[in-house]
Every structure is written in C-alpha cells, then in structure tokens.
Write a protein that binds this ligand. Structure first.
Ligand SMILES: [Mg+2]
Ligand SMILES: [Zn+2]
Length: 251
C-alpha cells in the first residue's frame, strides 16, 4: 500500500502537538501568574478564546508589552526533534507532503513561534483564531467564528470559536484531488472531531495521557459504541517528539 502514496497531508494541532507546551497558558505563566490563576476560574463559565482575549487586555493594562509577549513565546518549549522531523518530511519528494495547522490558539502566537524556529514556510495554511497588534501594543484576539454571525454545525462538541472537523473538510475541498493519505498529529479533546472524519487509509498520531487519548481509549473493547464516534484511521501513540520524528522517518 505504501507504494501507492504519492501525495499526503500532515495536519498538526499546535499546542502540545507541534509545540511542547500550551501557548495561551504559557504567556500568562511567564508574564503574569495571577492572570494564569484567573484563567482557571473564568474557564468554568466563559468561552476559551474570549478568556484569552480578556486577559490579554488585562496584561496590557498592567504594562505587559508586545516585546514581553513575543519574548515569552520565543522561549516556549519546542522540541528539536519535532523541527528535524517536519523539515525532513517536507524535504522528501516521494511521497510529497503538504502541511496544515489547525489550532485554537491564534495566528500571532503561532507565527511568532514558527518564525523563531525557522518553520515559517512549513504550512500551506494555518487555520486558527485571528489576532493583531494595535498601535498601543495590545494584542487583539477574536474567535475564528464571530459570535454574532452564523455558528458551526458540529455535533461532536467543538468549542464555538471553531470546529476543527469542518475546517479540515473545507481545507480538503480547497485542495483537490483527495490526498492519498492524511496524517493527523494531535493531543486534545478538540482534535477528536477532525479525526472522526478520517478514512481507513489515514493515520492519527495521538499524544499519550491527554484529552484525545482518553476519548479514543474510552470506547476500545466496547462493541456497543456508535460507529460514527469511532476512529476509522490507524492510531499510533507517542509521548515525546522524537517518536513523531521516528514515525515520520518510516512513512
Ligand atoms: Mg493541542
Ligand atoms: Zn467539530
């Protein structure tokens, strides 16, 4: 089967998947731990992107600058094996590999980190929440899906800001013909919706001990579990980025 794969797509979640940390939490852990604490209380009854947007405002009010935020992002943990792994895979011509990033972080956090790691040309597209610096150095963050407009139709449980499954399908529709294989690298419960849409020839690289791992293993051995909530693709598990590099090397 491997010989029939000429064109493949690697889809990366960003936090705890491509990067070895969660960028939304990290920025506040580094610059304002009291706001990091506040995240936990707000999380009980507020949408996540809205929380980060609010706390970026509060950080700005406390004097947190654009330089501070960019500096924190540049020193966020990022495994050298992940950089090697994606660069080696992208350099191979047979099969040819396209890359898509699907993330609930935001475009400024992601592009700042990618640029620092020399990966700014890795992805064909980065699909995430929009954000921009204003003249005063405030990072203005918004949900990808405007809360005032039409909402996504996801029944799996994606956050209102974005359905990763719908975004994956929209990307695939923009990049016909179908890829011979899709490989999805993820860790979180919000990666469950897109991987349910993968085919049997596709592959999931699931990080152990996090939300996605729990959702996949929850139904293993349960014959009565609904078929539309089971992953059809092959699932491989990893803990450290060196294992992703190893799997990429064997594709
Ligand atoms: Mg993640
Ligand atoms: Zn969804």
């Amino acid at each position: 089967m491997a010989t029939s794969i000429q064109r493949q797509l690697v889809v990366f979640d960003f936090d705890w998947s491509l990067a070895d940390q969660d960028s939304d939490r990290w920025v506040f852990e580094v610059l304002a731990p009291e706001l990091r604490r506040k995240m936990k209380t707000l999380k009980l009854d507020m949408q996540w992107t809205d929380i980060v947007a609010l706390l970026l405002h509060e950080l700005h009010d406390k004097g947190g600058s654009r330089d501070d935020i960019e500096g924190a992002l540049r020193k966020m943990p990022f495994h050298p094996a992940m950089i090697r792994g994606v660069q080696a895979l992208k350099a191979k011509s047979n099969p040819s590999t396209h890359f898509l990033c699907l993330s609930n972080a935001n475009i400024v956090f992601i592009s700042t980190i990618l640029k620092d790691k020399g990966l700014d040309s890795l992805f064909d597209e980065v699909v995430t929440n929009p954000a921009e610096w204003d003249a005063s150095g405030l990072l203005k963050l918004r949900r990808k899906i405007d809360p005032a407009g039409p909402q996504h139709q996801c029944a799996v449980g994606c956050s209102p800001n974005m359905c990763k499954g719908e975004e994956l399908e929209a990307f695939l529709a923009r990049h016909r013909p179908d890829f011979d294989r899709v490989i999805y690298v993820g860790d979180g419960s919000n990666d469950f919706c897109p991987i349910l849409r993968l085919r049997s020839q596709d592959m999931v690289l699931c990080r152990r001990h996090r939300g996605l791992h729990k959702l996949i293993t929850a139904y293993e051995g349960d014959e009565t579990f609904a078929d539309d909530r089971r992953v059809k693709a092959e699932v491989r598990y990893w803990t450290g980025a060196w294992e992703v590099e190893e799997i990429f090397g064997s594709l």
